[in-house]
Design a protein around this ligand. Structure first.
Ligand code: PEP
Ligand code: MG
Length: 572
C-alpha cells in the first residue's frame, strides 16, 4: 500500500511502525445506583494505583524531577475525597465524575495568579488522563516508550511531545498533518530523520509493528512493501548515501562563488546540543537559534541562570563564529505548558512571538539579561521575531536600554555593542523595511511566516499546501524589497526560513543579493556546492530574468531548468 504525502525531510527509512496517537479519550456517561458507589470508587483506586506505578517507573529515568508534581497528586487525599463525594452526589460512572473534576481543577489552576500553580495544569491533566486511560483500558502511549528503532506514525507532533524522545531511535516519521515548514518538518530535518507529512489518515491504515518505508525524497510512505519494492528501496537508499558522502567532502570549504563573492551559510538549531552538528556540517555560524524550545519543557520554566548557561554553551561551542539567538517566539503551534495561547481564535494572527514578550515584561527582561550576560562568551547577535512596525521596535529599544542600565549598575559584564536585528516575516515589515532599517542592525527574512502571511496560507495545513508557494511573484517581490532596503541602509540581510535551504532557490536568492543563508544543518552541503558552482553575475542576471514572470510555476520551472542545464549534479 502506497500513500502520497508531503516530502518534509529527505532520506529513506525502513522499519517497524510505532503508533503515537494522542487523541482525546471518549468519556462514557451513565447513571449508577447508590449501591454501586463503592464499586466505582474501587475502580478509581485501582486505576490510580496503576497510573501511579507507571509514573514511578518514568521517574526512575533521566528526568525524575519532572514527575514530582504528578506523584504528589496521586497521593493527595483531597482528590480521593472529591471523587468519592462526587460519585455520591452525581450518581454517575467514575470516568465521567473524574473528567468533570479534572475540567474544574484545570480551569482553577489555569486562572491562578501564581505562575507555579499555572504550570501545574499540565501535570494535573497528564496525571488525570493517565487514570482515565486505565479506567478505559487505554493506557497512554508516550514517546519515551520508544525503546528500539522505529518509524513514528502519528496524527501530529507538537514540539513539546518530542522532548522526552530519543531521536536516534526514530528512523522515519509519517504524520497525518503538517506541511514542509511545520515544526515537525523542521525538527525532522534538523535531526536528519526522513519524514513524510500531510498524509491525511495514515494513522488509520497502519497497525503497530507494520513494516514501513518512508521515502522522504519523493514524499511517499509504503506499508508492508512486497519483496520487489524492498529491493528497489534498498538500492535507492544506498544511492542516497553515496551522494551524501560526495557532498560531505566539500562541506568544510567556504561558500564562495566562482567569481569570488563570499556568502555565509549558517544553520538553524532548536537545542543547545545541536551546535556541534552545525560545525560538522560545515556551518559558518548559527543564523537562528529558536530559543523557545528551552521554554517548552514541561514542568520547567528556565530561569535567567538556566538561559545564561544554555546561550553561553552555544556561543562557546561555536568558537567566535556568529550566533544569532532569537528571543522567545511562542504561539501558533509552539505552546508553552501553563500558558493557554491556544485560546486565541486565530493563534497565527494572535498573541504570539514579540507580542507575547512585550506583554510579559518579566519573561522578556529575564531573557534579555541572560542573553546580554552570555554575550561575553562569543559572537552574539540578538534577533526579535514577528516585528510588524516601528512601535514594537521602540518598545524593545526601551526595554533593552533598561536591562543594560541594570546590568551596568550591578557591575555585570556584557557586550554593549551586541548587534540587535529583526526578523522580516510579516508583509508590513517587508514593505516598510526602509523605515525599520533605522532601528535595526540586521534583517533576517523568515520566509516560513512571510509566505504564510503573504499568501494567507496556514503553513501547517496540508489541505492548502498547494498554495504555499515560495516562488510566488508576490513573495519574491517582498524578498527583493527587503534586500534592497537593507543594502541601501548598509544593513546585512540573511534568510532563516526554510526557503534558504531549498536548493532550487539558492541561485535566485544569491542573484537577489542575499548575504547569508541559514538552514537545517543537513541542507548545508548541497547549498554550498551550488554556490561554489555559479558566478554571482550570472545569478543576478538570472534573478532579473524572473521579474516579468507571472506565476510561481513559471518561476520554479525556470529555476529548475537553469540549474539542470548548468549543474550536472542538480538532477539528483
Ligand atoms: C520563519 O518564520 O521563517 C522562521 C524562521 O521562524 P519559525 O519557523 O520559527 O516561525
Ligand atoms: Mg517565524
Amino acid at each position: 500500500m502506497e500513500f502520497p504525502g508531503i516530502s518534509a525531510s529527505p532520506g529513506i527509512a525502513r522499519g517497524r511502525a510505532f503508533l503515537f496517537l494522542d487523541d482525546k479519550l471518549a468519556i462514557p456517561r451513565h447513571h449508577i445506583e447508590a449501591s454501586q458507589v463503592d464499586y466505582e470508587f474501587g475502580r478509581f483506586l485501582t486505576a490510580l494505583g496503576k497510573a501511579s506505578k507507571e509514573v514511578e517507573g518514568l521517574a526512575r529515568g533521566r528526568n525524575a524531577k519532572l514527575f514530582d508534581a504528578q506523584l504528589l497528586m496521586f497521593d493527595d487525599p483531597d482528590l480521593k475525597d472529591k471523587v468519592r463525594s462526587a460519585l455520591e452526589e452525581e450518581q454517575r460512572n467514575v470516568e465521567w465524575v473524574l473528567a468533570q473534576i479534572m475540567e474544574e481543577m484545570s480551569q482553577k489552576l489555569e486562572a491562578a495568579d501564581s505562575q507555579y500553580l499555572r504550570e501545574r495544569t499540565v501535570d494535573f491533566s497528564d496525571a488525570g488522563n493517565r487514570i482515565l486511560g486505565h479506567l478505559l483500558f487505554r493506557p497512554k502511549v508516550q514517546l519515551t516508550d520508544v525503546k528500539s528503532e522505529v518509524i513514528l506514525v502519528t496524527h501530529n507532533l507538537m514540539p513539546s511531545d518530542t522532548l522526552g524522545l530519543d531521536r536516534r531511535l526514530v528512523l522515519g516519521i509519517a504524520a497525518d498533518v503538517g506541511g514542509k515548514t511545520s515544526h515537525t518538518a523542521i525538527l525532522a530535518r534538523s535531526s536528519e530523520i526522513p519524514a513524510v507529512l500531510g498524509l491525511s489518515d495514515i494513522t488509520r491504515h497502519v497497525k503497530a509493528g507494520d513494516d514501513m518505508i518512508v521515502d522522504g525524497i519523493r514524499g511517499i510512505v509504503i506499508v508492508e512493501p512486497d519483496e520487489l519494492t524492498q529491493e528497489m528501496y534498498d538500492e535507492r537508499k544506498r544511492e542516497w548515501q553515496r551522494r551524501y558522502v560526495v557532498l560531505k567532502e566539500m562541506r568544510q570549504l567556504p561558500a564562495e562563488t566562482v567569481d569570488g563573492k563570499l556568502v555565509s551559510i549558517e544553520a538553524n538549531i532548536e537545542l543547545p546540543e545541536e551546535a556541534e552538528s552545525v560545525l560538522t556540517h560545515g556551518g559558518d555560524g548559527i543564523g537562528l537559534f529558536r530559543s523557545e524550545f528551552l521554554f517548552l519543557q514541561p514542568n520547567h520554566f528556565p530561569s535567567e541562570e538556566d538561559q545564561y548557561q544554555a546561550y553561553s554553551s552555544v556561543l562557546k561551542a561555536m568558537r567566535g563564529r556568529s550566533v544569532t539567538i532569537r528571543t522567545l517566539d511562542l504561539g501558533g503551534d509552539k505552546v508553552m505548558p501553563g500558558f493557554s495561547l491556544e485560546a486565541d481564535a486565530n493563534p497565527l494572527l494572535g498573541w504570539r512571538a514579540i507580542r507575547f514578550c512585550l506583554s510579559k515584561p518579566d519573561i522578556f527582561r529575564t531573557q534579555l539579561r541572560a542573553l546580554l550576560r552570555a554575550s561575553v562568551n562569543g559572537n552574539l547577535r540578538i534577533m526579535f521575531p514577528l516585528i510588524s512596525g516601528t512601535e514594537e521596535l521602540s518598545r524593545i529599544e526601551e526595554t533593552v536600554s533598561e536591562v543594560k542600565a541594570d546590568l551596568a549598575r550591578e557591575n555585570v559584564p556584557f557586550r554593549p555593542e551586541t548587534a540587535m536585528g529583526i526578523m522580516i516575516e510579516v508583509p508590513s515589515a517587508a514593505l516598510s523595511s526602509d523605515i525599520l532599517a533605522d532601528q535595526a542592525d540586521f534583517f533576517s527574512i523568515g520566509t516560513n511566516d512571510l509566505i504564510q502571511y503573504t499568501l494567507a496560507v496556514d503553513r501547517g495545513n496540508e489541505r492548502v499546501a498547494y498554495l504555499y508557494e515560495p516562488f510566488h511573484p508576490g513573495v519574491l517581490r517582498l524578498i527583493r524589497t527587503t534586500i534592497e532596503n537593507a543594502h541601501a541602509h548598509g544593513l546585512p540581510v540573511g534568510m532563516c526560513g526554510e526557503m534558504a535551504g531549498d536548493p532550487l532557490a539558492t541561485v535566485v536568492l544569491l542573484g537577489l543579493g542575499l548575504d547569508s543563508f541559514s538552514m537545517g544543518p543537513i541542507a548545508i552541503p548541497l547549498v554550498k556546492r551550488i554556490i561554489r558552482s555559479v558566478g554571482v553575475m550570472e545569478a543576478e542576471s538570472f534573478a532579473r530574468s524572473l521579474v516579468p514572470m507571472k506565476s510561481a510555476a513559471d518561476i520554479e520551472e525556470a529555476a529548475r531548468k537553469w540549474m539542470e542545464e548548468r549543474l550536472d549534479f542538480f538532477s539528483w
